[in-house]
Ligand binder design. Structure first.
Ligand code: DGY
Length: 320
């Protein structure tokens, strides 16, 4: 059987790229530059499979341009807010993503951000690195501990539950808001709130794990941030648009909450420049799933899904 033609929009791990080269007649965007939607629709012309990531906008125009040959869009991400799923469906194109295999890595990133926000990781590193550390001090670099505090998880899907599992080890009391209440075995003792407002009024620290998409956009707004206590912390590992930047920046500037930990930003890789001026924030470059092991698993999951589709079965990671 001739190999299907593929276009790979970003560089993947060596293991995944070798497997793609083995199985497909693939062209690669070798310099790994993020392609615009227009560039993608030109570069991928003629492909039967496209491998993308959350950095590529696969909108209706891209899909309709590629539709004459395109069979599958495979995205190296759990999120799929960058893909027009309806357009894919109406053009008979399948979409694969990478749920589950990245949940642990993303939960670790939430912990990285939470600890750094609560314990002033950015300021601490800067003090030592800049040579301005005057020596140990009884009131130096005081932050807030996790134990005995209440953690709110907004979006208790697979990633949210991995965050909860790890945070129990820090003796945090787990609260959550989700579209619907989880079954008791999945809830595992966490306290359910049927509104975001109810959640925000009951917690010390917030971790945002809700999937990206317009219904959650800007749902963490000034009225809700105002419900957090003065030692409150906001952590976002989901999508930047879920937080109202003006509201969060104002709360951090006025010290109405203690700190934030952000891995994701609206308009990435640009960020609101005011974030750079704040010392009570720890930031990372959208690296939730960025471990060698996880990125291998994500890539191989796409290839397994593609093989299943070619064999006429529906893989668990197929969206449409
Ligand atoms: C995801 O998998 O959705 C991550 O945010 C990386 O894009």
């Amino acid at each position: 059987m001739p190999k299907l033609t593929a276009f790979q929009a970003r560089r993947f791990t060596p293991k995944v790229e070798a497997a793609i080269q083995d199985l497909y007649s693939a062209r690669i965007n070798m310099d790994d530059r993020i392609l615009t939607a227009e560039e993608l629709s030109q570069a991928a012309k003629g492909a039967e499979v496209i491998f993308v990531s959350a950095t590529e906008v696969v909108d209706r125009h891209v899909i309709e341009t590629l539709a004459p040959t395109l069979q599958v869009i495979a995205t190296l991400s759990v999120g799929y807010d960058h893909i027009d799923i309806d357009a894919a469906k109406s053009n008979g194109i399948s979409v694969l993503h990478t749920p589950d295999v990245l949940s642990e890595a993303c939960a670790e990133t939430a912990l990285l951000l939470l600890l750094n926000a609560c314990r002033r990781g950015f300021e601490a590193d800067h003090m030592v690195r800049s040579g301005n550390w005057p020596g140990w001090g009884p009131t130096q670099m005081l932050g807030h501990g996790l134990n005995g505090r209440r953690l709110g998880i907004y979006g208790m899907g697979r990633i949210g539950r991995e965050v909860a599992k790890r945070c129990k080890g820090f003796d945090l009391e787990i609260h959550y808001h989700n579209r619907s209440r989880l079954t008791p075995d999945l809830e595992d003792g966490a306290v359910y709130h049927d509104t975001i407002d109810g959640l925000m009024s009951s917690i010390d620290f917030l971790v945002i794990c809700v999937p990206g998409g317009s219904s959650a956009d800007r749902s963490i707004n000034s009225a809700r941030i105002a419900k957090l206590p003065k030692h409150g912390v906001v952590v976002n590992i989901s999508r930047g648009l879920i937080v109202d930047d003006d509201a969060l920046i104002a709360a951090l500037q006025r010290r109405e909450i203690f700190a934030a930990g952000l891995d994701v930003f609206a308009g990435e890789p640009e960020i609101d420049p005011r974030y750079r001026t704040l010392s009570n924030i720890f930031m990372s470059p959208h690296m939730g799933s960025a471990t060698h092991e996880t990125r291998d698993l994500m890539g191989m999951m796409l290839l397994d899904g593609l093989a299943a589709i070619q064999n006429g079965t529906r893989p668990s990671n197929q969206l449409v």
